[in-house]
Design a protein around this ligand. Structure first.
Ligand code: ZN
Ligand code: ZN
Length: 99
């Protein structure tokens, strides 16, 4: 178990960016498919490509917690598609990851 390189909190529910990105991508494909390419770019921005924690879903190494990644995408979405920010929060911040 290691710490997130962004917020320095221990990663307690390790789901990597790739796995979260899949979920966000599936949602974006329905609501705003033209933003999917940009989503990949935003993920690369924050992805360091190393880490000491392995994802519980795909077992890839990860170094940024789900929370920081989700916030990173949320900040981008608020600017690019403000009309979607409310439903993003409902789907990804509260129901899916924080239980
Ligand atoms: Zn974090
Ligand atoms: Zn994963």
């Amino acid at each position: 178990m290691s710490e997130c390189i962004v917020c320095n909190e221990a990663i307690t529910n390790p789901v990597c960016m790739g796995c979260v990105e899949e979920e966000i991508k599936a949602w974006l494909c329905e609501v705003k498919p033209e933003l999917v390419e940009e989503l990949y770019t935003k993920t690369e921005e924050i992805d360091s490509g190393f880490g000491e924690t392995s994802c519980i879903l795909c077992h890839n190494w990860m170094s940024v917690c789900t929370y920081c990644y989700t916030i990173h995408i949320f900040d981008w979405l608020k600017i690019r598609a403000p009309e979607l920010s409310k439903s993003f929060r409902t789907i990804f911040n509260f129901n899916y990851f924080f239980y």
